[in-house]
Design a protein around this ligand. Structure first.
Ligand code: LMR
Length: 330
């Protein structure tokens, strides 16, 4: 099945080539921090570019830049979008919580029973509350891209929440929810850009991190870690953002192409997100990385340890919003 995916990615990869646009076409840039080929977010961005470039041939041309080539997912990215220098980006939910407090829902540990439940939530009406919060600051969420569940990795093989006590872990955001989770583990959080993680793991500035299998494999984090522990404790996904200013600059028919394209592509691509993460998981093992699968009893210890975080942050994320997510597990 994934051979088909790889084959689908090949022709699309050409759109990432900045010279691929025709003279006279307006170039629109899509900034991605992760890998492109074989990565859930990268593949979705490439597929969107492919869609727009076919539908809008001669008028618009989307170029996708991966691996933080254009912007890190920080304030410079959001500013570039508002300034009209950048048209598309998909920073993780964790990184938009400054604009949309409800996005912190995905940092709540063990909220969803699994990736299929998250997908259902991404397709629900409720998810639009996050996009609505972004719109107050001039952003528009065109759709939601799925990656997968986060796993912990460290220089010590971890089976229990306290096994890496005393270490410093890289985190992707200043989320108080994430800090509370690490605090329970006796771990100090250090916020670093995604592009800085490998080097800082390698030189020992941080000893661990949390990420999806796709991110851990494509960035090679497992090479400088003793083991990746399969906790599936939280989730990484992305609003696919543009600026309201850009949408407003388009006539209704053109705008519809950008909006419908995002809906189509996210719907189509998100079905493969879980599988791409499983492929990355296998690749890590094939490359002599260590993935620790936990027994049901070990998993329960992680769930029990993190349970207070849900109670503590449910009110600030939004009790009804969190309850809507919990109902999906039923
Ligand atoms: C991270 O910074 O670890 C992730 O948010 C990267 C990403 O975009 O998945």
């Amino acid at each position: 099945k994934y051979l088909t995916l790889a084959a689908m990615a090949l022709p699309v990869a050409a759109t990432a080539d900045p010279t691929g646009c025709d003279t006279g076409e307006e170039v629109l840039k899509f900034s991605v921090v992760t890998a492109l080929q074989g990565h859930p977010k990268g593949e979705a961005a490439l597929a969107y570019a492919d869609y727009i470039n076919a539908e809008m041939d001669g008028r618009y041309c989307v170029e996708v830049y991966g691996r933080s080539e254009l912007y890190p997912d920080d304030e410079t990215l959001f500013q570039a979008m508002l300034d009209g220098d950048l048209h598309f980006a998909a920073p993780s939910f964790a990184k938009i919580s400054g604009y949309a407090a409800k996005a912190d829902i995905f940092n709540l540990p063990f909220l969803f029973d699994g990736p299929l439940h998250v997908l259902e939530f991404l397709q629900s009406e409720e998810i639009n509350q996050i996009g609505d919060q972004m719109s107050d600051d001039g952003f528009a969420a065109l759709g939601y891209i799925s990656n997968g569940m986060r796993q912990f990795s460290s220089t010590v093989p971890m089976r229990r929440p306290g096994d890496a006590e005393g270490q410093t872990f890289r985190v992707s955001s200043s989320s108080p929810v994430t800090a509370a989770v690490l605090d329970i583990m006796g771990i100090t959080p250090m916020k670093l850009k995604f592009s800085e993680v490998y080097d800082n793991l390698a030189n020992g500035t941080v000893q661990g991190q949390e990420n999806t299998f796709a991110n851990i494999q494509k960035m090679g984090f497992y090479e400088v870690q003793a083991a990746v522990t399969e906790t599936n404790h939280t989730y990484i996904g992305y609003p696919m953002l543009t600026s309201q200013r850009f949408l407003d600059s388009l006539d209704a028919e053109t705008r519809a192409v950008f909006l419908i394209g995002a809906q189509l592509i996210t719907h189509e691509r998100n079905r493969f997100a879980f599988e791409l993460n499983q492929i990355s998981r296998r690749s890590i093992i094939e490359d002599d990385g260590v993935v620790l699968a936990l027994s049901p009893a070990e998993m329960q210890a992680w769930r029990d340890a993190f349970a207070p975080v849900l109670d503590e942050f449910k009110p600030s994320v939004g009790a009804e919003f969190v309850d809507a997510a919990i109902r999906i597990n039923a």
